[in-house]
Design a protein around this ligand. Structure first.
Ligand code: HEM
Length: 207
């Protein structure tokens, strides 16, 4: 009964939107998504710098960490979360104009991945609190790996929205596996390069 009521409410709402409403919602949805992702990518990069600042001598460390904490809070509250709110609100607008999307398999899959993305967003806030309290246990290398998760979610969600019910499952799986291998390889390569550079700097200073 409640379901029938909800469907008829959605249909009434859909009938009252002006014809171009769908395109406006879609435009703002895409803008919100771009802002949200820009914020998520840069936020965890700041976490990495915040964590690496622990290697500095005490005076510099305090100054750098205070600056990173300020940048993280502003980025999260002024860019990342508003981007998320616009993307999600306009997605709700798109669904209210065209509720039939909710009966399609690709949309169910998309909503599942968006739930993971929202959990990631919440987890970033948690990490930000821990970094600011000095209780974060994540290493810079682990944060680098974490920073790749939204890239994977972005690729898969954009593929879902473009291919819809013609989603190429086999090719997409190979593409995602190749992407994960490339990302893991790059993180290992960079960690090794940083270690070798630190060793050669130490040798230069002591020699
Ligand atoms: C809050 C959950 C979300 C819902 C309910 C939702 C729903 C929708 C709907 C109904 C469309 C219009 C599809 C069409 O007209 O063909 C759309 C378009 C789009 N969405 Fe989302 N979306 C959500 C989150 C996201 C996220 C997180 C991303 C990015 C990772 C994203 C990326 C896109 C893109 C790029 C388009 C444009 C596709 C096109 O015009 O071909 N959406 N979304």
């Amino acid at each position: 009964m409640a379901c029938i009521q909800a469907c008829s409410n959605a249909m009434i709402l859909a009938l009252t939107w002006p014809p171009e409403a769908y395109l406006w919602f879609k435009t703002l949805h895409i803008v919100g998504v771009v802002v949200w992702f820009a914020g998520l990518f840069y936020l965890v990069r700041l976490f990495i710098y915040h964590r690496e600042a622990e290697e500095l001598e005490p005076g510099l460390r305090t100054a750098f960490q205070a600056q990173y904490a300020l940048m993280e809070r502003r980025l999260a509250n002024i860019i990342t979360t508003p981007g998320m709110v616009v993307a999600v609100a306009c997605a709700a607008g798109l669904l209210s104009v065209n509720p039939s999307w909710l009966h399609q398999g690709w949309m169910h899959a998309k909503l599942g991945f968006v739930a993971v993305l929202l959990a990631y967003h919440w987890f970033c806030y948690r990490l930000m609190g821990q970094l600011q309290a000095g209780t974060c246990r994540w290493t810079a290398k682990q944060l680098r790996a974490l920073n790749e998760l939204p890239t994977l979610l972005l690729v898969i969600v954009v593929m879902l929205v473009v291919f819809k019910n013609q989603f190429p499952t086999g090719a997409a799986t190979w593409f995602m596996v190749a992407l994960v291998v490339f990302m893991a390889g790059s993180i290992q390569f960079y960690a090794r390069w940083r270690r070798l550079r630190a060793e050669s700097l130490t040798a230069e200073v002591s020699g």
